[in-house]
Design a protein around this ligand. Structure first.
Ligand SMILES: O=C([O-])CC(=O)C(=O)O
Ligand SMILES: [Mg+2]
Length: 387
């Protein structure tokens, strides 16, 4: 059993939307295929992965370093002890050979993308859905029912509050009961108006989360905290610079309701620093580490160990990114849910065909691997890469 190739293509996922920090007009994503020599049910096993939105495609790093390290390693060194499957942990260690610690940059995105494809291949070789494999691995019961919320509410040229209301109404119509919108890309008064319009539209049918995308300095973060306290929000997300733990801790003195952050922390060491120094509250706050940006599931397992050590339940994790990989981790390892972008970043995000959101939850179908084969628009572009 061996990996015969690791293929990458960088694809556009551009759209005219804007958050408080970036626009997505030039956004790309890497799509990766890990091609094995295993044949299952008459078909070659190929694992697929991609990176989440917000960081760009990583074709350079993948082709120059990580692909070569996998292909140059002896095939046996990448297998589990029984030689019956690939070992994601050994492959991870091989990819990270000769990489210094710290300063994670975007190699964590490159590694996370390949790691997703490895886990997809591993679960396909086992002939099981990844979430069931993960639950077995950890001796737990899988729960295929996963909470999902609808992220959107971007700044968009020409979009007024009635268009924002219509967008949110669309999410409610599709079964969501938590929706998210951007803040920090307009004046505080304008953002207050946007929030009030959305709250008026969703009434008691749903809750609203707001996301500042790390835009605020301490003073602005506090000013917004005071404004947001007037409303019953689901969470106040990524207030300041992702690595400014002292700022995060200071805001908790002004904001009692839930906060969320972590999508731009890319390692278990950074996650640990957030828990050590960020003043995050294990009884109400949410952690959004996204394995597809942060060295993959091998690293995310370490992050979950850190959480446990600091007294945090995996239920406090609702990852960023809206991909099926995190849905599998949620169903298999008991996370609190997953993000979803109903109208954005297609065909990568979303659910297998036929999966519907009901009362803010989906039920994972039993598809081998991550389940990409169940999403026809996605598997089509994946197969163009390697099959
Ligand atoms: O706009 C983005 O970069 C995505 C984001 O923060 C989120 O989904 O929470
Ligand atoms: Mg965010």
């Amino acid at each position: 059993m061996r990996i015969v190739d690791v293929c990458e293509v960088t694809k556009p996922i551009s759209s005219p939307i804007r958050n408080a920090y970036i626009d997505f007009s030039k956004m790309t994503a890497s799509l990766v295929a890990v091609v094995t020599d295993v044949v299952k049910d008459g078909r070659r096993v190929v694992g697929y992965g991609f990176n989440s939105n917000g960081r760009y495609g990583q074709g350079g790093l993948i082709r120059e370093r990580f692909r070569n390290r996998i292909l140059e390693a002896s095939p046996e060194s990448l297998l589990n002890d029984e030689g019956t499957n690939l070992d994601p942990h050994k492959i991870w260690a091989t990819m990270m050979m000769n990489e210094k610690p710290g300063g994670h940059g975007e190699r964590s995105v490159a590694v996370g993308t390949i790691d997703m494809a490895i886990w997809d291949a591993v679960a396909k070789i086992e002939g099981k859905p990844l979430f069931r494999l993960l639950a077995e691995m950890k001796g737990r019961e899988a729960n295929p029912k996963v909470f999902v919320y609808a992220a959107g509410g971007y700044y968009y040229p020409g979009k007024d509050n009635s268009a924002l209301q219509a967008e949110m109404r669309g999410y409610l119509d599709r079964g969501y009961n938590v929706v998210k919108m951007k803040i920090g890309g307009a004046s505080i008064d304008e953002d207050r108006g946007r929030i009030e319009s959305v709250l008026q539209e969703i009434g008691s049918e749903a809750q609203l989360a707001v996301d500042a995308n790390g835009r605020f300095d301490l003073e602005t973060g506090i000013a917004y905290a005071k404004m947001l306290r007037d409303y019953p929000l689901f969470w106040y997300e990524e207030i300041g610079d992702p690595l400014d733990y002292a700022l995060q801790a200071a805001i908790s003195e002004f904001y009692d309701a839930p906060m969320a952050t972590g999508e731009n922390l890319f390692s278990h060491q950074d996650a640990r620093n957030l828990l050590r120094y960020g003043g995050m509250r294990a009884d109400r706050d949410y952690l959004q580490f996204d394995c597809a940006l942060s060295y993959g599931l091998v690293e995310y397992l370490r992050t979950l160990d850190v959480l446990r050590q600091f007294g945090w339940s995996p239920e406090r994790c609702i990852p960023h990114g809206g991909h099926q990989m995190s849905l599998n981790i949620a169903a298999g390892l008991g996370l609190g849910g997953n993000e979803s972008y109903p109208d954005l970043f297609q065909p990568y995000g979303g659910f297998p065909d036929g999966v519907k959101v009901e009362d803010g939850h989906i039920v994972m179908p039993d598809l081998p691997g991550i389940g990409f084969e169940g999403k026809s628009d996605l598997i089509k572009v994946m197969r163009e890469l390697a099959e």
